[in-house]
Design a protein around this ligand. Structure first.
Ligand SMILES: [Zn+2]
Ligand SMILES: [Zn+2]
Length: 125
């Protein structure tokens, strides 16, 4: 039974993450998933998210002093622009990066590009 429940929890977390482009934190996902699974704990959500990251299905966006945000890996590789004012995270399509500029023999495990700045909405405040 435990396995079935875990699978349901995993599916619910995955569904919540897949259907948003807001790059939520674990607390937001917890709120979403609880609509379907009222008894799920925040700890379970964290562990499930961690398992999704380990499994290469999701990635994290970590910034000092703020909750880790999660992102479903939507097929194509994308990068992020982070608003330093409101914390919004936007998906950015970037052409292939110049990996030829890397030191010889360097093996790339992960590529992350983050643009930091202020979004349009915050500029007009
Ligand atoms: Zn902003
Ligand atoms: Zn993203």
């Amino acid at each position: 039974m435990t396995v079935v429940r875990n699978t349901r929890q995993k599916q619910a977390v995955l569904q919540a993450l897949r259907t948003t482009r807001t790059h939520p934190d674990a607390a937001w996902i917890h709120t979403e998933v609880r609509r379907e699974l009222p008894s799920i704990s925040l700890g379970t959500v964290y562990r499930t998210l961690e398992a999704l990251v380990q499994g290469g299905v999701a990635l994290t966006i970590e910034r000092a002093g703020q909750a880790t945000r999660y992102d479903f890996k939507h097929g194509e590789h994308h990068h992020h622009a982070v608003c330093q004012s409101c914390g919004a995270i936007f998906d950015i399509e970037v052409p292939r990066l110049p990996v030829a500029a890397l030191p010889g023999g360097f093996q790339v495990a992960d590529v992350r590009v983050e643009f930091h700045g202020v979004c349009e909405g915050c500029q007009t405040k």
